[in-house]
Write a protein that binds this ligand. Structure first.
Ligand SMILES: Cc1cc2nc3c(=O)[nH]c(=O)nc-3n(C[C@H](O)[C@H](O)[C@H](O)COP(=O)(O)OP(=O)(O)OC[C@H]3O[C@@H](n4cnc5c(N)ncnc54)[C@H](O)[C@@H]3O)c2cc1C
Length: 409
């Protein structure tokens, strides 16, 4: 019987297992897939945005109010410590735009290989193809049932992930195991996820990526604004600012659709845009409307935009009336559409909700309900925006849970 059993061989579980073993504990890691870190391999579009360069305060602010729970874990294992940790494992990292760290090789396999070396060097026993189906506690130890086998350990770490990208193995088992051991599960929602849109015109724009645009979301008195890059898809919208927005508007969507306004020229006020249009119309008067628009937007967008403007695309631009110019400005600063829902867990980067953090000690990740039980990673009610936050949550809580479990072992 090992000192500690860790359920789940994702980033959080590998970190917890390796850390506990490095402190002298005998650790077994159970993973239901035939290989470790399936989701890790998909991260950052296969490049793995391993962490970022933020200090704990900014990190927590960006993740939202529930992330205050992370103070202890980030103090024990900060973003800087994550960088040092991987560099010590021989993984070269590079810092990119927006303070994001990636492996120098741009290959998430190298991150997984580094973690597997860590597990091997620290002497963790890895058992693949072992799905923990049930766990119970009695006589001072945990019994974990996996198929016909039963495992026992004095300490148990649940690192079975959430519900996002279930094909990688994260199918919510961690919530069932935690609930059976007395924990409350905060209702889950897909997050960092694309959005479905009602209007059909988005389909005509699928594949179009826009930079430096603003999306303004609203529902009743609730408002939120995001600036950056977005993408149109066959069902709606995606891309960095849309995924970030999903974290805010996900709960609003429970009450109904959310209005969205796309500003193609957020850096220009309507007045400045009017001046520019007048100037350009004067200097390029004989151009037709369609060609004229090329200076204001990507060509794939022109048929949709011209259609919404109601202006004949072959009309000479100097024929536009003041009213038509106002319509153009209105649309450049505000293409409207309706967000009808979040896309599903199949497309979500993370899971909102999970094991209630109020029932977990933030200094050790130990359950306040079942002594000897620890949690880390996405199974907890914690999530961050895109940009290395979610993996850092896995590293920090994994390290803390590993430390806590080893101290008790
Ligand atoms: C497409 C995509 C891209 C992403 N890109 C990034 C990025 O670039 N940067 C970033 O910071 N975050 C990114 N994330 C988020 C990040 O991958 C997760 O936050 C992270 O993987 C969570 O780690 P975890 O160990 O808690 O859970 P998981 O990675 O989900 O691992 C849980 C493991 O537990 C196993 N398991 C589940 N149930 C059982 C059971 N009953 N018995 C045994 N084993 C079990 C699973 O098979 C799985 O291997 C991305 C996510 C997705 C889906």
């Amino acid at each position: 019987m090992p000192d500690i059993i860790v359920i789940g061989g994702g980033p959080a579980g590998m970190m917890a297992a390796g850390r506990a073993a490095s402190l002298g504990a005998d650790v077994w890691l159970l993973e239901k897939n035939p290989s470790l870190g399936r989701k890790l391999l998909l991260t950052g579009q296969g490049r793995c945005n391993i962490t970022n360069n933020l200090d704990a305060r900014q990190f927590i602010t960006d993740c939202g109010p529930g992330a205050k729970f992370l103070h202890g874990a980030l103090a024990r294992f900060s973003t800087r410590e994550a960088v040092d940790f991987f560099e010590r494992l021989g993984l070269e990292l590079k810092l990119e735009r927006g303070g994001r760290y990636f492996p120098e090789s741009d290959d998430s396999h190298d991150v997984l290989r580094a973690l597997e070396r860590f597990l091997r060097d620290e002497g963790v026993k890895v058992l693949k193809g072992k799905k923990a189906e049930r766990a119970e506690r009695g006589n001072g130890c945990f019994r974990i049932f996996a198929g016909r086998q039963t495992f026992q350990a004095g300490r148990l770490v649940i690192a079975a992930g959430g519900l996002s990208f279930p094909a990688t193995g994260s199918t919510g088992d961690g919530y069932l195991l935690a609930a059976a051991l007395g924990h409350t599960i905060v209702p889950t929602l897909p997050t960092d996820v694309p959005l479905g849109v009602r209007e059909d015109f988005v389909k005509e724009l699928q594949g179009l990526s826009l930079r430096n645009v603003e999306l303004r979301f609203g529902q009743g008195s609730s408002k939120a604004v995001f600036f950056g890059e977005m993408l149109f898809t066959h069902f709606g919208v995606s891309g960095p600012i849309v995924l970030d927005a999903s974290r805010v508007i996900g709960p609003w969507l429970e009450h109904g659709p959310v209005d969205c306004v796309l500003d193609l020229k957020p850096a220009l006020s309507a007045e400045k845009l009017d001046e520019r249009l007048k100037r350009d119309i004067q200097s390029r008067g004989r151009k037709n409307f369609r060609n004229f628009l090329k200076e204001f937007m990507p060509s794939t967008m022109i048929p949709v935009f011209a259609g919404q403007c109601g202006i004949d695309p072959v009309m000479a631009v100097n024929q536009t009336t003041a009213g038509q110019r106002r319509t153009m400005i209105g649309l450049l600063k505000g293409i409207r559409f309706t967000v009808t829902g979040l896309r599903g867990f199949e497309e979500a980067v993370a899971t909102a909700g999970g094991v209630a953090t109020a029932e977990v000690d933030p200094r050790t990740m130990e359950s306040k309900i079942t002594p000897g039980l620890f949690f880390c990673g996405e199974v907890l009610d914690l999530d961050g925006p895109c940009g290395g936050y979610n993996l850092q949550i896995a590293w920090s809580t994994g390290f803390t849970a590993g430390t806590g479990a080893a101290a008790k072992a």
